[in-house]
Write a protein that binds this ligand. Sequence first.
Ligand SMILES: Cc1cc2nc3c(=O)[nH]c(=O)nc-3n(C[C@H](O)[C@H](O)[C@H](O)COP(=O)(O)OP(=O)(O)OC[C@H]3O[C@@H](n4cnc5c(N)ncnc54)[C@H](O)[C@@H]3O)c2cc1C
Length: 175
Amino acid sequence: MNSDSRGSITPTSPSWRTPPAIQFNYLSAEKDRRDWIDAVRVTREIMAQSALARYDGGEAEPGPNVQTDDQIWDWVVTNAKSAMHYSGTCKMGTDDQAVVDPDTMQVHGIEGVRVVDASVMPVVTNANTYAPVMVIAEKAADIILGRPALPPDHTEYFRRDQTRTAELRVASKDS
Ligand SMILES: Cc1cc2nc3c(=O)[nH]c(=O)nc-3n(C[C@H](O)[C@H](O)[C@H](O)COP(=O)(O)OP(=O)(O)OC[C@H]3O[C@@H](n4cnc5c(N)ncnc54)[C@H](O)[C@@H]3O)c2cc1C
C-alpha cells in the first residue's frame, strides 16, 4: 500500500477528447523492492507459526525454491498486480503542489470547479480506496451544502513497527 514509486499523467493534446499519456512506473523505487522482499519473508514467518501448522499445505507461490532476495524480486516483478488505486493527481492541500482547496473542494485559482474523487487524496490510503472515496464524497457533500462537519473521532489505527521491520531485515541478511 505504501509504494514510493510515482507515475505521471501527461496531456497529449489541447483537446480533453484525446487520452492522456499515463506512465505508472510500478516497482521503480528501491523501497518497493525492499518492502516486497520483507513482505514475502514476514508472510513466511507468520505461516511457519505452530498455530498454523495444521492448515499448512505447503507454499504454492512463490514456492520453496525462491529464497534469495533476487529470486523473490524476480517473482514479484513477474507476478505483482496493481490494486488499481489510482489517486492523488489533483491533491487536496494548501502547499504550492496542491490543486484542490480542502475547505471548499474547489480547484485553486478556478471559480466554480470542484474535484471530489480519488484524485484529491494527498497520499495513497493504507487500505483499499473505495471506502476512503466515499468518506471524501460525504465530507465534500457537507461542504458544498454548507452543513457543519461531523466532530472528529480519534480512533487508534495500525502504525508499522519500524524496529520490528529492522529486526527482520537484519535476520534476512544473516540467513
Ligand atoms: C478493477 C478494479 C477493482 C477494484 N477493487 C477495489 C476493491 O476491491 N476495494 C476497493 O476499496 N477499491 C477497489 N478499487 C478501487 C476503487 O474502485 C476506486 O478507487 C474508486 O472507485 C475511485 O472512485 P472515483 O470516484 O475516484 O472514480 P470512479 O469510481 O472511477 O468514478 C468515476 C465515474 O465518472 C464517470 N465518468 C468518467 N468520465 C466521465 C465523463 N466524461 N462524464 C461523465 N462521467 C464520467 C465514470 O463512468 C465513473 O462512474 C478497484 C478499482 C478497479 C478499477
